[in-house]
Design a protein around this ligand. Structure first.
Ligand code: BEZ
Length: 244
């Protein structure tokens, strides 16, 4: 595990805590939640007394978020293209979303633009090595069919991501990666349901996806099947950085 931590006086952190939300500053302020999905974390941020706007590019998610939490603010849009007022947020928060975004340079610039000077980015997403056991096995199965697997995800190392942020005028407060083994729900079907969600683009190109899935389960059973559930080998990066 790579660790890079600078304690800053502006943060009130519980370093023992495992919750990304605990990295938010103590004082109430205005927060942008990028990729809020159905709004559960946005609501937890609001419950801490923050003024929060949740955004997500999925209209379906935003409609559900509005139904779930009618008193909170949600807007549908893609952070890379949305018109958000410059310097209008004290903190940008994001959980489990940045790995979906290819244009990280534009994302970092955009976050810097919407933050006030001295504002914070608090984020977590997939790190280098995330789901390596699953993706390696999937890649092997595709290779046996004469096909290749190209990961669509951005899973950077700590040094790669912190370098990008520094190039975009951020000072790193805390940055580390950590293993986060994740239980997949729904028993033995859990792996195939997960693969259908995260490797969907590859599965649709296969003549016989069910057989590939069966071979994948066989290949991964020793490594990831734990008595009554699959455990995906998630590995996350967590960063708190200050806009300068
Ligand atoms: C995650 O770390 O949440 C994740 C990212 C991409 C694919 C699967 C899981």
């Amino acid at each position: 595990m790579q660790k890079y931590i600078i304690i800053s006086t502006i943060l009130f952190l519980s370093m023992e805590s495992n919750q990304l939300l605990d990295y938010l500053p103590a004082a109430p302020n205005k927060i942008l939640d990028i990729g809020c999905g159905t709004g559960e974390l946005t609501a937890q941020i609001a419950a801490k007394g923050f003024n929060v706007l949740g955004i997500d590019q999925s209209n379906n998610m935003i409609q559900k978020a509005k139904l779930n939490f009618p008193n909170l603010d949600f807007v549908q849009g893609n952070i890379l293209h949305m018109q958000l007022e410059q310097g209008s947020f004290d903190t940008v928060f994001s959980n489990a979303v940045f790995h979906w975004i290819n244009d990280q340079q534009t994302l970092a610039m955009k976050i810097h633009t919407v933050l006030k000077p001295g504002g914070l980015l608090v984020c977590e997403f997939g790190a280098e090595g995330n789901i390596k056991t699953i993706s390696t096995a999937f890649s092997t199965e595709l290779n046996l069919l004469g096909k290749a697997y190209y990961s669509p995800f951005y899973f950077p190392s700590v040094s790669e991501y912190t370098t990008l942020l520094k190039q975009n005028n951020f000072e790193i407060i805390t940055a580390y990666d950590y293993p986060r083994p994740t239980t997949l729900k729904e028993g033995y079907s859990g792996l195939s349901n997960w693969v259908k969600q995260f490797f969907a683009a590859d599965l649709v190109k296969l003549d016989d996806p069910d057989t590939v899935m069966k071979h994948l389960e066989d290949r991964l059973e020793d490594k990831l099947w734990k008595d009554d559930h699959w455990e995906a080998d998630y590995h996350r990066i967590r960063v708190v950085a200050k806009s300068i």
